[in-house]
Every structure is written in C-alpha cells, then in structure tokens.
Write a protein of this length. Structure first.
Length: 404
C-alpha cells in the first residue's frame, strides 16, 4: 500500500499550521489548536502535532476511530440511538471548547463514503440541526477575528477507489494541488494567493448588482446584495483556488444542473437539477438518491443560496475527479468550475466589520442562516455576466477563467 513520505507530511503540516491557520499568517505562540484526525491518518496526526508544538501552540486532540472492515460506527449510532440520544447536545462542553480554542484543523480521511446510505435521511438532518448552536458560537468568534480553521485531506483506499484512482494517483493529486512537490510550499501558496487577490480586487471594484450565469446546463440570475465583497485565498480550505461571495439569497431566479456527483451525509447523489424562484428552490431532482437531496432541502434555510463561487483554471493544479467537494469545487480543467452552496452564508463576504452584528442584521441583508452548507459543483461551460449598478454589462468569466 502506498504511503506518502515523512518529508511530504512534514511539508503538508507546515502549510496547515504555519500558513493556512491565522488567515495566511499561521498560529502564534501560546494559541490553542483543536486537532481532529481519524486514526487511519495517524502518520499525519503525528506531523501536525509536532508542527503545532514547534510553533509554540497547544494541542487539543480529537483523535477518532475510523470505520474499518465490517465496523460502521456512523450507521450504528443511528441504529442504536433513541429520540433523546439523537437530540443530545453537549452544550456546556462545546461552549467551553469554543471559548478555549483559537484554531481548528480537521483532516478528512473517509473509510466508508456511503456509511449512511441505509439510514433514513430525516434522522440525519434532524441530528445535524441539533448542533446549530455550536456552529453559531464558532462563527461569532470568527467574526471577531479570534478564531480560524482549516480543512484538508488524508487519502485512503476508500477515497481513491470511489474516484477511480489508485491510492498513489490520489495522493499525487493532493501533493500537486497543495504544492508539496515544491521546495517551499508556503512560498508557492503565498504567490498563488497574491494572484487570486488581484482578481478579487478587480471584482470588488466593479460595483456588481446582479450576476447572470448562462450555458447549456445553467440559466441563473443572482443578486449580489448590499455590502458584499468577493473573497478567497483565506487558508480555510487546503487546497483552495476559488473566488466566491455570499449573495443576497432573495434574488435567485432560474435553473442549474450540476454534473459533478455529491458525496454528502454518507450518500452519493448524482444528476442534481435545481430551479429557483423568488430566491428559493421550488423544484429539485436527482438521478440518484433524490430522497436525500429533497430531505436536505427541507432543513431550515437549505432551500436558499449561501454561496456563489468560481474557480479559474489557470490557478488550480487539480486535474482529476476526486469525489471530495474540497477538491472538486477547486478543480481546473478546460472550463474551470462554478459552484453554489445551498444553506448558510459566509459572513466574511460582508464588506465591513463583522463583529457584534445581530442575526436580524444579517437577515436584513439577505445573508442566509442554516446549519446546512452543501456545495453543488458543475464543470460544464458557462459565461458569467455582471450587471453593474450603473446598468452596464460586463462578462467577468468565460472559457474557465476570469476576463477582467
């Protein structure tokens, strides 16, 4: 079985701890990092822990067992838990945790991508709703500039198999996408984020009122919204090449098809099509596991757009389908990609001080609130035209790249 070298993992850990966290600045001495890793990724856990300690940080380990062989711990929870257990929320523990930590690293290393395919999706969605306060506490701290997080992958046989790749091929994509094949990956990331910043700045100077996305698989109009900006290159996801915003959900009109499969809630959903009217999903269908998609959309706020994103093919080093949203929403290829997220908005798309804003304030600006945030990706050709506040139109994205 293929294993990445310690040198590669050391570089990988350096990128996450000393670059991705802290918004590109890394952690500071004395700060506390919650490190969530499954035991199948133990070699990476060791390097991450070392990197945090060398940087002077404190480690709060959340080291978890992974499903292996006949064991399906995720499904077992739903099989065994009664109604009270499904609704259990450790509020005191999680509130204390949020108060304690300055940063969070989560390493995705799935061993059973279809773990919940036999579980009633109503149960899954109901349980996800229970943890909404935990999400809100982290967001509140993040809005004050006191908390950062990042997510990255550690490849497993199950992940590679689902993508139709060998484990070595899968790791090759991770290594290339994260610049781990370079002598100084952090330097490479700073360079690419500098280029992304140039396009963000150009977009933010345009004073966009509305976005029109057209192509063979999409005809969608989205209102940019007031006090909005484009963001990207924050280190929250590694890798990340996208430039995105959280538009005013109330302006979405039209339809879109998404040609990339969605692995979510322990299920595979394929052939997703959505139709929007007055900002809400009024029709949704899928060629596979439509029931899971429909149940997800029933969740509070999950029928509204929380994010609109574009990836320029010139930035991305991802060339294969990976079966992981983290990578597939950042893929390059001939057409780049666009994705929307159903569910929660990102407050960092707010053009102003995020701290101490009330829920009513966000709601009045059309920032969507939901425990759900599900990214739907398409790599089909599209043109994105911006209608500016002065009424003029400008094509901002075509042939998989920004044209600014």
């Amino acid at each position: 079985m293929y294993h990445p070298s310690q040198k590669i993992l050391d570089k990988y850990a350096d990128v996450l701890v000393n670059f991705a966290l802290g918004g590109g600045e890394g952690i500071k001495k004395g700060e506390t990092v919650r490190l969530t890793v499954y035991d199948i990724a133990k070699p990476f856990y060791i390097e991450l822990r070392r990197a945090i300690l060398k940087a002077g940080g404190n480690v709060l380990s959340n080291y978890l067992p992974a499903d292996e062989g006949k064991i399906n711990l995720e499904k077992e929870f739903y099989d065994l838990a009664d109604k009270n257990q499904l609704k259990f929320f450790p509020d005191k523990f999680l509130k204390g945790l949020v108060d304690q930590i300055d940063h969070s690293i989560f390493i995705d290393s799935e061993t059973n991508k279809l773990a919940l395919k036999e579980v009633d999706p109503k149960k899954i969605m109901a349980t996800s709703q229970v943890f909404k306060p935990f999400k809100e506490w982290k967001e509140e701290k993040e809005n004050k500039g006191k908390f950062t997080w990042t997510i990255a992958l550690y490849a497993t046989e199950a992940m590679a198999k689902e993508a139709g790749l060998s484990l070595k091929e899968y790791w090759s994509q991770i290594i290339k996408a994260c610049f781990l094949d370079k002598a100084n990956p952090v330097k490479e990331w700073k360079n690419i984020y500098g280029k992304i910043a140039e396009y963000k700045n150009k977009l933010n100077k345009l004073k966009i009122k509305k976005l029109c996305i057209t192509g063979s698989n999409v005809d969608l109009k989205i209102n940019m919204g007031e006090k909005r900006k484009w963001v990207g290159g924050s280190g929250r996801n590694v890798p990340s090449f996208e430039i995105f915003t959280s538009p005013d959900w109330r302006g979405a009109e039209g339809w879109a098809k998404f040609n990339q499969p969605l692995y979510s809630y322990g299920n595979l959903i394929e052939g997703i099509e959505l139709e929007f009217k007055d900002g809400r999903v009024v029709k949704a269908k899928a060629k596979k596991n439509e029931k899971v998609l429909l149940e997800m959309i029933k969740a509070d706020g999950a029928d509204k757009i929380g994010e609109f994103s574009l990836t320029d093919k010139r930035f991305s080093r991802i060339t294969k389908f990976m079966g992981e949203t983290l990578y597939d929403e950042n893929a390059g290829g001939p057409n780049g990609n666009f994705h929307i997220a159903l569910g929660s908005s990102y407050h960092d798309a707010f053009d102003g001080d995020m701290a101490d804003k009330s829920k009513e304030y966000w709601r009045n600006l059309g920032f969507n609130d939901s425990v759900i945030h599900t990214d739907l990706v398409s790599t089909s050709p599209r043109i994105v035209t911006a209608i500016l506040k002065d009424g003029t139109e400008k094509i901002i994205y075509k042939n998989g790249q920004f044209c600014l």
